[in-house]
Design a protein around this ligand. Structure first.
Ligand code: AMP
Ligand code: ZN
Ligand code: FE
Ligand code: FE
Length: 283
């Protein structure tokens, strides 16, 4: 079983539409994918609809909620969230609104640094989806202020850059709770760049974390081994995926280039089943 459980679409900052991610997944021979857009569930319904033409492909509904911590970011994936849940929709809407205000603030900072990009253009690049720094980077690149989108991050909008603005501060614990409240399964995304994992993981586990993304993009075998140890220590499911955005640069790991073990997919499915049975009993 080949499963890539971390993919973005045009609903956030990915460059392929949900239906095109689905057909690409089939083309590269994947059996399971998860749509995990930043702070939005907008890609799920179109992806599920497109997948009806490919009965062998399973599409897991998901989300990636970005949160801020003092010296960086923590992203929480939520698998099998109830994407029809109204409270989740309202909470995610709030996060997306604050992303627009934040993009505007970054544009103001860039303007003070002598670079003029239009909010209108950034919104166009976001195509009605969740606005993110990659869209700002793209706008800077289009106007030749940088020679690559990577350079935009390195020089200006990376976490320590002069035009960086934090998102609305959602804490990692709050994101886990939000996912649990929407009956989803919270998993810690790309954990290798988090400094104080040993402190964070037990805190998140206490509020419902069930997994950790061990097989991410191009993690080395040493990094994977370290993360597996933590996963086992806290009895967490080890998931995996590429975080594919179809950015199209040479360094990007292609969809299907990092996989979740079949056994982990089965554990996720079993947990999701158990959760829906519990819900049935409650009603
Ligand atoms: P945002 O949620 O708007 O802060 O944007 C986060 C997204 O920006 C991530 O998911 C990455 O796709 C991208 N990103 C963050 N840091 C970098 C970086 N240093 N270089 C390139 N892309 C980055
Ligand atoms: Zn992204
Ligand atoms: Fe992420
Ligand atoms: Fe991601």
């Amino acid at each position: 079983m080949k499963a890539d459980l971390h993919l973005h679409t045009t609903a956030s900052d990915g460059r392929l539409e949900p239906k095109d991610i689905v057909s690409l997944a089939v083309k590269v021979g994947l059996d399971v994918i998860a749509i995990t857009d930043h702070d939005t569930i907008g890609g799920i319904t179109p992806a599920l609809a497109a997948a009806e033409a490919f009965p062998s492909l399973m599409v897991m509904p998901g989300v990636e909620i970005n949160t801020d911590v003092p010296h960086g970011e923590v992203h929480i994936l939520g698998y099998f969230i109830d994407y029809t849940d109204q409270r989740l929709a309202v909470a995610l809407h709030g996060l997306r609104d604050s992303r627009q205000g934040r993009a505007q603030q970054m544009i103001a900072k860039l303007s003070k640094l002598g670079m003029n990009i239009e909010m209108q253009r950034v919104l166009e690049l976001a195509q009605g989806g969740s606005v993110g720094r990659p869209h700002v980077a793209q706008a800077l690149f289009e106007k030749d202020y940088v020679s690559s989108e990577r350079e935009a991050f390195d020089k200006y909008i990376g976490h320590d850059g002069p035009a960086y603005v934090e998102r609305y501060k959602l804490l990692p614990v709050e994101a886990v709770k939000l996912i649990v409240d929407a009956r989803g399964l919270p998993v810690l995304a790309h954990p290798a760049d988090i400094g104080d994992l040993k402190e964070l993981v037990p805190k998140l586990k206490a509020v419902g974390l069930i997994g950790i993304e061990v097989y991410y993009r191009d993690y080395s075998s040493d990094v994977i081994a370290g993360l597996l140890k933590i996963a086992n220590q806290y009895d967490l499911i080890f998931t995996g995926g590429t975080d594919y955005h179809a950015f199209g640069d040479d360094s990007e790991v292609m969809i299907g280039g990092a996989l979740a073990p079949a056994q982990s997919v089965e554990r996720l499915l079993a947990l999701a089943d158990r959760r829906s049975l519990e819900l049935l009993k409650q009603h």
